[in-house]
Structures are given as C-alpha cells and as structure tokens.
Design a protein around this ligand. Structure first.
Ligand SMILES: Cc1ncc(C[n+]2csc(CCOP(=O)(O)OP(=O)(O)O)c2C)c(N)n1
Ligand SMILES: [Mg+2]
Length: 361
C-alpha cells in the first residue's frame, strides 16, 4: 500500500536565504571572505550598480509597454555574477538561464545592444529577434540566455568538454537556479563532468524561489551544495549577497578546475527583490521578507559602506551613480531609436553557416 506522502512545508517554513555555511565532504570551508582592495571594491560597485540601474530602467520600460514578452529582472542578485566574473579569466565561458541581463553586462556586453534587444529592435544583440531570454556574444564568451529551465547545464558542460578537448585552461561558468537544480539533465551533466574531470563551475543561484515555490516546498534536500555528493563533486554554500565571499569562493573553485580536478559546485545564497518576471506580483511571500533582505543584506549597500569607510565621499559615490545613469539613459534612448527589424531578417540566422565556429579555440 502506498504510504501517505508527507505534507509539503508551508511557505512560512522556508529557510532564510542566508543559512549557516555547510560543505560537502571534499570541499573546504569558506572562512571570512578575503577582503577586496579599494580599487577592486570600486570596480565591483560600478559593475553591480550598472546592472541594478539597467534592470530598473528595463522594468520602467516594460511598464510603459516598450518591452514585450518575458522579462526577468536580476535585482538583488548582482553580487553573484560580479563576484564570479571578478575571478574569471579572459576566455572563460558563461552560460545561464533567462534571468540573464546581469550576466551579459558583467561579461562586458554593450548595454545599448542588450536594451535594444529587449525592445525588439535591429540594434539588439539578436537583431531584435530574440528578446530578453535569447542573446549571445561569442566575442564576450556569453552563450545565452536559455528559456528552458536547466537547458543551459548540459550546454555549459559541453563548453567545459570543448575546453578539455582543446587543451586550453578555460573554465565554463554554468549558472542555474534553485528550481533548475531539480531537473534531471543537471544530474546527467554532473555525472559526465566528474567522470571526465571537466573544468566547469556549476553556480546554483539559490534565490529561494522558483516562480512562486520556495526551496523548502520543492526540494527534499534544501542544501543544494550537496547535490554533487553522489558524483564526488565538491560543493559549498556561499553568501551570495557579499561580493567578497563570492569572489573568494570563485577563485578557489577556478583553481580546482584549472588544476584538472574536475567540476565544482557553488551554491550562492541570494535573493531576488522583484517578482519572478514582470508579470508576477509576488504574493507568495511577505513584503517584510523582501524589506529585511534589502535593508540588511543588499549587495551594493555593503560595498558602498566599505567605500565610505575607506575614505570616499558621498559626492564621489553620487558622481559614479550619475555616470552610470547616463550610460543607461543612453542605452534606453538607443533602444527606442533603433529601427524595427526588416521583415527580410525572418530568413537570416535560422541555420548555422557551415564555417561557423561556435567556440573559440
Ligand atoms: C523545462 C521547463 N519547465 C518549466 C518552465 C517554467 N518555468 C520558467 S522559470 C521557472 C522557475 C525556475 O526557477 P529557478 O531555477 O529557481 O530560477 P529563478 O527564476 O529563481 O532565477 C519555471 C518552472 C520552463 N521554462 N522550462
Ligand atoms: Mg530561484
């Protein structure tokens, strides 16, 4: 006789975003994050602020009807991608899901091209044919932008395979969410990656929710850093709201991969401030929960305070914000002025050209 299934945990039972760090067997424990120099902090501050202001503007433009289709904002999670890429080397590849604007900007893609893609214009990275979830830049080693939950995980594993096959020392940074971590293809990828010692860092962006479902309701094992245990893949939980902790963990994981030891899992404990997408009013969680995160753990505020402590003035920081707002306004202007794609574009880029090399040597 079938046993009665356990009642799922209520939303209120959901674990707080920043739990105590636990590590799997092979992993070493992260101590206090190694500090960043003032210049490194300043760089991280600019990069995170660029993402925040970009996303705020995208949200506004969506509200004005200038952006159509799906639009998933990254606000709150900025330290994850900025910390990871702060530790990466030229040539390391990045692949992620649909919450991808921050990753593109952190890779150095032009905010104008990203914004114009959101408005569906010809000046966009996919000539206006892809939208928010479908942008690529081989030049910046950004491989999408994937709308199918977890589809990027085997792709990121394939990128790592190509690195190993070519004998370069690049690492594939494969980002996915807590919800995606329950997908079967993730575990097929884990198996192959460990079996073949592929240089891939699986970055699980645990923002506590998959659409409206909390991790506690959806996952039997809520410590996602342990999901590689049965494949012998080391993993650790990291404070994904602290760019220093992210960078320190990323450096360690990259060293592991570049030394030929195989894959590594980093579970980034983070939080998204907005709903799942622009059409989600986020009624499944209390406003206080969001406010508490913003007030106590905001990734940008943390760096701002450190910069002030290091002697920067409020005015200097305001000037940086002004510069960034100007870049974003220029991108928004470009995205509205750029022409709609020509109908003839319907027939271009449909099939890969024979000489197309997807992965640089
Ligand atoms: C294979 C598949 N199943 C379901 C969906 C619908 N869907 C889109 S996003 C999402 C939640 C994923 O959450 P998570 O992986 O935590 O990423 P987050 O949105 O939090 O960044 C779901 C179920 C989909 N796009 N693809
Ligand atoms: Mg999630």
């Amino acid at each position: 006789m079938a046993t009665k299934p356990k009642r799922p945990a209520k939303q209120a039972d959901a674990k707080p975003a920043l739990q105590k760090s636990t590590t799997s067997k092979k992993a070493t424990k992260s101590d206090e994050p190694a500090g960043l120099s003032r210049d490194e902090d300043l760089k991280a501050y600019r990069e995170m602020l660029l993402i925040r202001r970009f996303e705020e503007k995208a949200g506004q433009m969506y509200g004005m009807g200038l952006i159509g289709g799906f639009c998933h904002l990254y606000i709150g999670q900025e330290a994850v991608v900025v910390g990871l890429l702060g530790a990466a080397r030229q040539g390391d590849q990045i692949v992620t899901g649909y919450r991808d604007h921050g990753h593109m900007l952190a890779c150095g893609m032009d905010p104008k091209g990203v914004m114009a893609e959101l408005t569906g214009r010809s000046g966009g990275y996919s000539k206006g044919k892809g939208g928010s979830m479908h942008m690529f830049s081989v030049e910046k080693c950004f491989y999408g932008g994937h709308g199918i939950v977890a589809a990027q995980v085997p792709i990121g594993t394939g990128l790592a395979f190509s690195n190993k096959y070519r004998g370069n020392d690049h690492v594939s940074l494969t980002f996915f969410g807590d919800g995606a971590a329950n997908q079967g293809q993730v575990y097929e990828s884990f198996n192959m990656a460990e079996l073949w010692s592929l240089p891939v860092i699986y970055v699980i962006e645990n923002n506590q929710y998959a659409m409206g479902t909390s991790v506690a309701r959806a996952s039997a094992q809520t410590n996602l850093s342990k999901r590689g245990v049965s494949f012998n893949i080391p993993g650790e939980q990291v404070d994904g709201m602290d760019v220093r902790a992210v960078r320190a963990a990323a450096l360690k994981a990259m060293e592991w991969c570049r030394a030929g030891k195989g894959p590594y899992i980093l579970e980034m404990m983070t939080y998204r401030y907005r709903g799942h997408s622009m059409s989600d009013p986020a009624k499944y969680r209390a406003k206080e929960e969001v406010n508490k995160m913003r007030q106590e753990h905001d990734p940008i505020e943390q760096v701002r305070h450190r910069l002030l402590d290091a002697g920067m003035s409020e005015d200097e920081l305001k000037d940086i914000d002004k510069d960034i707002r100007a870049i974003i306004n220029e991108a928004a202007e470009f995205a509205q002025q750029s022409p709609e794609p020509d109908p003839a574009e319907l027939w271009t880029d449909v099939l890969a050209k024979e000489d197309h090399a997807a992965v640089g040597a």
